[in-house]
Write a protein that binds this ligand. Structure first.
Ligand SMILES: *[C@@H]1O[C@H](CO)[C@@H](O)[C@H](O)[C@H]1NC(C)=O
Ligand SMILES: *[C@@H]1O[C@H](CO)[C@@H](O)[C@H](O)[C@H]1NC(C)=O
Ligand SMILES: *[C@@H]1O[C@H](CO)[C@@H](O)[C@H](O)[C@H]1NC(C)=O
Length: 536
């Protein structure tokens, strides 16, 4: 049994750590079982042990090789440095730049172990140009960043320490545990004995593992989705029955951190640029072909870098990206049914389409615009675009429970076909819960996609990765998003779908980090999307 229980003792709180679910288990006839406690975690995923091993390897992240007892032992952004290796007289477009990063602690001593989360980029503010760099962790306190020089003109290296490896260790502990960091509200409504309308509100949460730190009152109403097996729990309302659950709403956060852990995540140690060789390079033209020229098709791998910005326009290294004017967008979308399933970052796509596509009109669905569902149509061009939020867990404004749909169920309900395009994303609302749960959710979606592509192989399936966000805390941070993105990417590798890595696009852009990227980035995301829908 690939099941592991580790007990931490901290502030009198015990927390159970899960290992990730194994896809196949000899005791369960090819069913995967992640923990013994919850039946919903058992499912036939069709994910092979080799694929599973590859995912675990991709998720692996080094951690300190010693107990951290003193803040002086942590990586110090002001002491760490970077230098450009093998300085050259002349740089040309297509050259690669290697940057050596040395992590030091607060005593100015070079660190011996890896796991620091660095983000690097090459940029030019004047040219509105930037490119994401790949960082290789040598696991000995030194790191090697690789940067492509994709544009002609000036360019400069920037390296920032997003989180120290000691902070990552804290994130890792909670992402792999069932300690509750977030809870939700369940609103119950019904008719009381004397005929008046009664409203009762209780707290609710995902049922996964033993997590019960959110419960304060009577336990519990259990809800189980018959198709996905997902379980949700609310406290028992004072008088109303369990089936009177009408609205769902985001609740609040619970801080699980010890005071020392809190110190490790301090603002002053987080997301700081580090000093180094920030000379301005002058990149000369060359004959190297940087942008990809292949027709955009499902199943194309994403290199690092996946592309770059120049004058705020993204050139892709995946395939030939076109830049669509509103009329061209309309032409590309005509005769299409577009299903957007996910969170508010995909709602941004919906809003972008309704703003740009001339004949597209939004239908008044009499719903809150933030929670949806939303729908826009063009009668002239036979376009339907729908956006619906993904299912629980979802940290949204108060909304009807019946408007919550799991992505896998939604996909199962679609016939698909050459006119159908589905786009989904799921990340920001899942980071409050164990990573093992996310893996389970993604493998369910994978199953639904496989079935869809079997019944309608011409259906286009596009996955939008998680983007960077502004938060750097125990509830939400880019390291969590990276881990989730790895699971999604690995789960869908080798499938004829389109995986859009928007993390690279948001992390290297000059815009202030925001979980909702600015319109200039959305515009580039949409160009990639449309280039897959209407390739040339
Ligand atoms: C930092 O340096 C001081 C003084 O040399 C030493 O006492 C302390 O143990 C060092 N701390 C770490 C974390 O290396
Ligand atoms: C760290 O590992 C890299 C790659 O193996 C090596 O080149 C480098 O010299 C090592 N640095 C230290 C300080 O040991
Ligand atoms: C009806 O029942 C509700 C809740 O049980 C109570 O608050 C309310 O006062 C009652 N109204 C009347 C008219 O008895």
């Amino acid at each position: 049994m690939l099941f592991m229980v580790v007990w931490y003792i901290g502030e009198g709180k015990q927390c159970k750590t899960f290992s990730l679910p194994s896809p196949l288990n000899s005791h369960h006839n090819g069913k995967y079982v992640s923990t013994e406690s919850t039946p919903s975690e058992t499912a036939d995923t069709g994910f092979s042990p080799e694929e599973w091993a590859r995912m675990l390897k991709a998720l692996d992240w080094p951690t300190p090789d010693q107990p951290i007892t003193d803040i002086a032992m942590t990586t110090c952004p002001a002491c760490s440095t970077f230098s450009i290796l093998g300085q050259k007289e002349k740089y040309r477009v297509g050259d690669e730049l290697y940057v050596h990063i040395v992590a030091k602690d607060h005593n100015n001593t070079a660190k011996r172990y890896g796991g620091d989360f660095f983000l690097t980029k090459l940029y030019s503010s004047k040219l509105k140009a930037s490119v994401f760099g790949e960082v290789l962790d040598h696991r000995n306190g030194s790191y090697l960043a690789r940067l492509l020089l994709p544009w002609v003109g000036k360019a400069q290296v920037a390296v920032r320490l997003v989180h120290s490896s000691e902070a990552i260790q804290v994130f890792k502990k909670y992402l792999n545990s069932d300690v509750v960091r977030h809870f939700y509200w369940g609103h119950f409504e019904g008719t009381g004995p004397n005929g008046t309308r009664i409203k009762e509100t209780v707290s609710c949460n995902l049922k996964w593992g033993q997590a019960d730190g959110w419960k304060t009152g009577n336990c519990c109403c259990d809800y189980r989705d018959p198709r996905t097996g997902d379980e949700w729990q609310c406290e028992t309302p004072p008088t109303l029955p369990c089936d009177a659950w009408v609205y769902h709403e985001r609740g609040g956060f619970k801080n699980p951190l010890t005071s020392f852990e809190q110190e490790l995540l301090a603002r002053t140690l987080t997301n700081q640029g580090i000093k180094g060789d920030n000379r301005i390079l002058n990149v000369l033209p060359s004959t190297a072909n940087i942008g990809a020229t292949e027709k955009c098709q499902p199943g194309m791998p994403t290199p690092v870098p996946a592309g770059f910005y120049l004058k705020d326009v993204w050139t892709s290294r995946v395939c030939n990206i076109r830049h669509f004017k509103p009329k061209d967008m309309e032409k590309c979308l005509s005769n299409k049914l577009i299903y957007l399933m996910g969170d508010s970052t995909l709602r941004q796509w919906f809003e972008y389409f309704t703003k740009k596509v001339p004949s597209l009109k939004q239908i008044n669905m009499h719903k809150n615009s933030k929670t949806g569902p939303r729908m826009a149509v063009s009668m002239d061009n036979n376009i339907i675009i729908r956006w619906r939020s993904h299912g629980l867990p979802l940290s949204f404004l108060k909304m009807p429970v019946v408007d919550l749909h799991y992505i896998s169920n939604q996909i199962d309900d679609l016939a698909g076909g050459p006119h159908t395009v589905i786009v989904f994303d799921i990340f920001a609302h899942l980071v409050f819960h164990p990573l093992t749960f996310y893996a389970h959710r993604v493998l369910k979606i994978r199953q639904a996609v496989l079935a869809l592509l079997n019944r309608a192989p011409q259906t286009k399936v596009i996955i939008k990765s998680g983007n960077t966000g502004g938060s750097k805390d125990i509830y939400a941070n880019d390291w969590y998003y990276i881990q989730l993105n790895i699971i999604m990417r690995e789960a869908f590798r080798d499938l004829p779908v389109i995986y859009m890595d928007v993390f690279q696009m948001t992390s290297c852009h000059y815009a202030r980090e925001n979980i909702h990227p600015p319109a200039v980035i959305i515009a580039n995301e949409i160009d990639i999307f449309l280039s897959f829908v209407c390739p040339i």
